[in-house]
Ligand binder design. Structure first.
Ligand SMILES: [Zn+2]
Ligand SMILES: [Zn+2]
Length: 446
C-alpha cells in the first residue's frame, strides 16, 4: 500500500469508504489453558507472549527467546499489551509483533516505557504453498502448450477464462475469498463471527509450536488474555454522518461528540484539527468504534494531537493555524524518513500498527497479576472501578501533598494518546526490537 494511495488519507477527505486499514476489536477472553495461549500465530491483548522457534541469541546481543521484556525506565519486567500475528500477504514468513508497556506510575509518559519487538520466521508451509502454486501453474501452462501444439483449434473450449491467468492468478494463494481486496494479517480466532474478512488461521495448524516459548508466571500480565477479531475499516460517506447535524455549527457537533461516554475519559482539554480528525476517524468507523488497534503495513499512522512532539516530527507543519476555508492535509505533510532503519538488516522501517486509547480502558492496572491467572476479584472490579479509582486518586493526591514518596511499584492506567510501531519493511527473519513512537496524553491549557 503506497503512501500515496487515496485510501487511508487524511480524515478530512470525506469521500473515503473502505480504507486499507484493518481494525482490531476485542473479542472476548481466551479460556485458561487454551492452546491459543501458546501460539505465536494468534493475535491477542494482554496475557503472555509466545515466541516462534527462532535460533538462539544473536550477534547483536539481543537474547532470544527473552526471559522477560523490561521497561527502559525502571528496568523491571513489564506486561504485554498486544501480540499481533500479521504475516505479509504472499510472503514466506510468519510475522508477529509484540508490544509491551510499563504500568508503573513513575514510568508514565516516559520514552522507553513502551517497547515493541518483531519475530519473523520462515513458514515452510507458506514456502511450500508458494512453490506448489507455482508448480501447478507451470504444469497447467505446459499442458496448455502441449494441447495447443497437438490441436490448436480446441484451445478455446476448455481454457475457459483462465487462459491468460498464468501470472497473478486472480485467486489469492492463501485461500482468501476472491473478493478480498486487502490482506488480513491477523489470525482470527476460530470463534470469530466476522465473515467479511479473509481468515488465515486455518493455515497455521501445522505450524510447529512444540519449540515455541511462552512467557509465564511470575512475570506480570494483564489477565485474562483476550482475543482480537479484525474488520476492514469502513467509513460511511459523510452525508450519512451529518444527517442530523447543523452544517453551520461544526464545533457544536464536535462538542456533542466529545460528550459521548466512550470518549469522555480520553479527551485532552483542548481541541485541535489533528485531534478532531483522530476522534472523527475512530468514531465514524462502521462497526469499529471499539477498535483498540489499527494495522496497515506501509500505511500512514493517524496522529493524535498536533501538540505532541511525535506528531510535529511526523507531520511537520501540522500545528500551523489553518485559514478559514483550509483543510488539514496530513498526507501531504507526512514525513517518516527520519525513522531509524531496521537494526538487523538495514532496511527502511514502515508504519505498521498503532494502539488507540480504547485499549487503555481494556487493560486495567488492577487486572495485572503475576500468577498466570486472573485475579478472582477482577469481575467485581468493573463495578467498583469508578469508586476505587476516585479513592486511589485521592490517596495519591494526599501522598503528593504530604510530600511522601510514591510507592516504587505503584501501577496506574497508561497515559498515552496513541502508540505507533514502525517495523522492518523487508520482514527480515529473526528477532528484533522495532521503533516505537508515542504521543503521550497531555493536558494543555490554552
Ligand atoms: Zn517502568
Ligand atoms: Zn530488517
Amino acid at each position: 500500500m503506497s503512501p500515496s494511495s487515496p485510501a487511508g488519507s487524511s480524515s478530512s477527505s470525506l469521500s473515503i469508504e473502505y480504507t486499507n486499514v484493518l481494525l482490531a476489536l476485542p473479542d472476548g477472553p481466551i479460556p485458561s489453558q487454551h492452546p491459543d495461549l501458546n501460539s505465536h500465530c494468534i493475535s491477542l491483548i494482554g496475557g503472555y507472549p509466545t515466541f516462534p522457534p527462532l535460533p538462539g541469541s544473536s550477534a547483536s546481543g539481543i537474547d532470544f527467546p527473552p526471559k522477560s521484556v523490561n521497561c527502559g525506565i525502571c528496568h523491571k519486567p513489564i506486561p504485554l499489551l498486544a501480540q499481533i500475528y500479521c504475516p505479509p500477504e504472499g510472503g514466506e514468513n510468519d510475522r508477529t509483533i509484540y508490544v509491551w508497556g510499563c504500568a508503573r506510575l513513575k514510568c508514565q509518559k516516559r520514552d522507553g516505557s513502551i517497547r515493541a519487538f518483531r519475530a519473523s520466521i520462515r513458514n515452510e508451509e507458506y514456502v511450500r504453498d508458494v512453490e506448489a502454486k507455482r508448480k501447478e501453474i507451470e504444469a497447467e501452462a505446459a499442458a496448455e502448450r502441449e494441447k495447443a501444439r497437438k490441436n490448436p483449434f480446441t484451445l478455446s473450449s476448455d481454457s475457459q477464462p483462465n487462459g491468460s491467468a498464468l501470472f497473478g492468478t486472480a485467486q489469492p494463494l492463501f485461500g482468501a475469498p476472491p473478493s478480498a481486496s486487502s490482506p488480513n494479517p491477523f489470525a482470527a480466532p476460530p470463534t470469530s463471527s466476522i465473515d467479511a474478512v479473509p481468515d488465515l488461521s486455518s493455515l497455521t495448524i501445522s505450524t510447529p509450536s512444540s519449540s515455541s516459548t511462552t512467557l509465564s508466571a511470575p512475570l506480570p500480565a494483564y489477565q485474562p488474555a483476550q482475543y482480537i477479531s479484525t474488520i476492514e475499516e469502513y467509513l460511511p460517506p459523510a452525508e450519512d454522518l451529518e444527517m442530523d447535524s447543523d452544517d453551520e455549527d461544526e464545533s457544536e457537533e464536535m462538542k456533542a461528540e466529545l460528550q459521548d461516554d466512550t470518549w469522555e475519559k480520553m479527551l485532552p482539554r483542548h481541541v485541535d484539527e489533528v485531534f478532531q480528525g483522530f476522534v472523527r476517524r475512530l468514531e465514524s468507523a462502521d462497526g469499529g468504534t471499539k477498535q483498540v488497534l489499527r494495522y496497515e503495513l506501509g500505511g500512514m499512522p493517524l496522529p493524535y494531537s498536533s501538540f505532541s512532539p511525535l506528531c510535529r516530527k511526523l507531520f511537520p507543519g501540522c500545528d500551523k493555524p489553518l485559514g478559514k476555508e483550509e483543510e488539514l492535509d496530513l498526507r501531504s505533510l507526512y514525513n517518516p524518513s527520519w525513522i531509524p532503519p531496521c537494526k538487523k538488516c538495514g532496511s527502511k522501517r514502515a508504519f505498521e500498527l498503532q494502539l488507540v486509547p480504547s485499549l487503555i480502558s481494556l487493560l486495567k492496572p488492577s487486572t495485572i497479576t503475576t500468577t498466570g491467572e486472573s485475579d478472582n476479584n477482577s469481575s467485581k472490579e468493573t463495578k467498583q472501578s469508578e469508586e476505587e479509582r476516585k479513592r486511589e486518586l485521592m490517596e495519591l493526591a494526599k501522598k503528593v501533598k504530604e510530600g511522601s514518596t510514591v510507592d516504587e511499584d505503584e501501577v496506574n492506567e497508561m497515559e498515552w494518546g496513541t502508540v505507533m510501531v514502525f517495523g522492518c519493511q523487508n520482514d527480515c527473519v529473526g528477532w528484533n526490537e522495532e521503533f516505537v513512537g508515542v504521543e503521550w496524553e497531555t493536558t494543555i491549557h490554552l
